[in-house]
Design a protein around this ligand. Sequence first.
Ligand SMILES: Cc1ncc(COP(=O)(O)O)c(C=O)c1O
Length: 459
Amino acid sequence: MDNAALGNDMSAVIEADRAHLWHHLIQHKPFETIDPRVIVEGRGMRVWDARGKEHLDAVSGGVWTVNVGYGRESIADAVRDQLVKMCYFAGSAGSVPGAMFARRLIDKMPGMARVYYANSGSEANEKVFKMVRQISHRHHGGRKSKILFRERDYHGTTITCLSAGGQPQRNAMYGPFTPGFVEVPHCLEYRKQWDVANYGERAADAIEEVILREGPDTIGAICLEPVTAGGGVIVPPAGYWERVQEICRKHNILIHIDEVVCGVGRTGEWFGYQNYGVKPDFVTMAKGVASGYAAIACTVTTEAVFGMFKDDASDPLSYFRDISTFGGCASGPAAALENMRIIEDEGLLDNTLRMGARLMDNLAALQDKHAVIGQVRGKGLFCGAELVADRATKEAADEKKVAAVVADCMAQGVIIGMTNRSLPGLNNTLCLSPALIATPDDIDHITDAIDGALGRVFG
Ligand SMILES: Cc1ncc(COP(=O)(O)O)c(C=O)c1O
């Protein structure tokens, strides 16, 4: 069957899918009796499935990615024009969109200087881990090779990214892991580990305790999400980031911010760390960089970090000996340039702040109405509602019921998310990350659907 025929015959598509496709992060047994979901078309905030059913997408392509919304012809045109002119050359050479996007990006990131292209968030993070290890060998005599990561954070799917992963259910059965990664406690005050007034500073001090236990001389970097995404939409408490930065500077530990979710507008700033006055040494990004129109990820460093890789041209090993084949695809930066233009010209950072405030207000109103909502958290268009069986004890709501809320919204034609196979017993947070183009009506439509679903599922 040719492609055109396949495209018009959805039963053939579903059968091909059922017979041959291995979907990501989902159980397949149910597909023996129900159809796998196939998304066929998207416009703005809406997508249509193979049965023609319309959905309002409150999660930007499922995993906080399609920040500028679906069906952007100008991005498609930019990618098409670039592909016809020059599709690919290995990253040892530059490309016109590669250079121009790097400049545009660095303009948005004062203090940062260099952009290294790859094609997934995991890969961008792996680049940092390799850089930290190489810095350790070349500049610290093999010391400072350990990398700290935080409980509940996620940094990607490869074995080494899982080694830096603070979500036990993502990691289960994929060990043994890469050595040299050390966990620090999470900073979610709602699930507090210390009974203090200055929780942010206390949670940061817990990082210093780990540094002192391991020995500051053994630790090269710390890798943190600015706002934890899949681990439960955790907005750090006041004072946290300032203290983390102070501790890292004191112990000469490089700061790696994983902006794979927050990056490019999601929190209402270009980057999540810019909400907190952090001065990172490495920033990684992927999903929102080109809103999913092309695969692109960036590892961005300061000039000081870059300088450590070009200090001795006579040494054949004294540069970053790394390549990402598809990091040389020119479609990525071409799409990213247009994505950034759209965010600027359409004022989407401001819209994110306004619509994010509306979403938080609506969720707070739902919390007043539904006892099952223990806490709502968020920054920009990046929000979570943690569901509990009992507000006093904070016992997590039954995961099956949380999933039933998501399914009820889906039946209403609204796609929302939940923490998925992250933390045993704590996959109880509804996740919302609508595109940055959301209107007040879209936001109200999303929270109305959740209101109805909570009423039906929890009574
Ligand atoms: C914070 C964070 N970092 C890294 C990744 C990995 O990105 P990718 O799936 O593009 O490898 C993800 C993916 O969800 C993420 O949420």
